[in-house]
Design a protein around this ligand. Structure first.
Ligand SMILES: [Fe+2]
Length: 273
């Protein structure tokens, strides 16, 4: 039922965790440890495993890429276990202090994150050998932040990447912000992409650029079809590659292709206002 595996990416340890009723996780989540820095904390359902995997090591800073429950689920626990600080963007700090609702599928896969008070990122996050820069990259969520290790050529990308040709958006995702965030990150120097769901050990920057190109092209296609007089439903039928009904049903409408089209149409409307 519980899946947990440690991956060694050179000096970076990756802890892959997830709920796996049939042996492989329904959705893998990665935590990364670089010396005494921990990036993301995994879902609360995996708390016993995560706590044990990190036991015996020294953690002096916990960084959260964003407040979503699969990333923040064990932050309160690990902050206490290691008597350390946990850092996050101010929007996420408020979410994890006041609480936020999650849907049944999120309860099943991840569990609710216990509330706690995080702190705002310092200008640079450092340990003995490493300096990380926090870069705000909204779009997937308002607080989304990535961490860049310039000297090493690493990017800890949270949910900024996940895949190149995505076909699902959450209801609260913003395609214009995602394009701006990807553009900002594509200008950085890095090769290894430590994605929270799919680590890529080569061509990281190229992958970010390809996702950026895809989303720009997607927006253009929506604009062209909109200009031909098609409505939202007709554009969805024309552009959809996969049938997203199982995902839509499982997430109770929180994730689907239609949200991607809507976000694109909203961005076009704000441009033409
Ligand atoms: Fe997320």
């Amino acid at each position: 039922m519980i899946y947990a595996k440690q991956h060694d990416f050179g000096p970076v340890k990756g802890f892959e965790v997830g709920i796996a009723p049939l042996g492989t996780p329904i959705k893998s989540v990665y935590l990364y440890q670089i010396g005494s820095i921990l990036i993301d904390t995994g879902p609360h359902h995996l708390r016993t495993k995560v706590s044990a995997m990190l036991g015996g090591t020294r953690i002096t800073s916990i960084l959260l890429t964003h407040h979503h429950e699969d990333h923040s689920g064990n932050a309160a626990l690990l902050k206490k276990q290691f008597s350390t600080s946990a850092y996050l963007h101010p929007y996420g700090i408020s979410k994890l202090y006041k609480g936020f609702n999650i849907l049944p599928y999120q309860h099943i896969l991840f569990g609710k994150a216990p509330l706690f008070l995080a702190e705002i990122f310092p200008a640079a996050i450092e340990n003995e050998n490493l300096t990380l820069t926090a870069l705000h990259t909204p779009g997937h969520s308002k607080d989304h932040t990535v961490f860049h290790a310039k000297k090493e050529g690493w990017l800890f990308s949270g949910d900024l990447y996940v895949g190149e040709k995505i076909q699902f958006f959450r209801i609260d995702e913003d395609i214009t912000q995602q394009i701006e965030s990807l553009r900002k990150i594509a200008a950085l120097d890095f090769d290894k992409l430590f994605c929270s769901h799919r680590p890529c050990m080569e061509d990281g920057r190229t992958r970010i650029q390809r996702k950026l190109d895809y989303l720009i092209r997607f927006n253009q296609q929506v604009l062209e079809l909109h200009n031909k007089g098609m409505d939202e439903k007709e554009i969805i039928c024309r552009l959809r590659i996969k049938n997203d009904l199982p995902v839509k049903l499982f997430t109770m409408g929180n994730a689907c292709f239609a949200h991607m089209i809507r976000s694109s149409l909203n961005s076009l409307q704000s441009i033409t206002k």
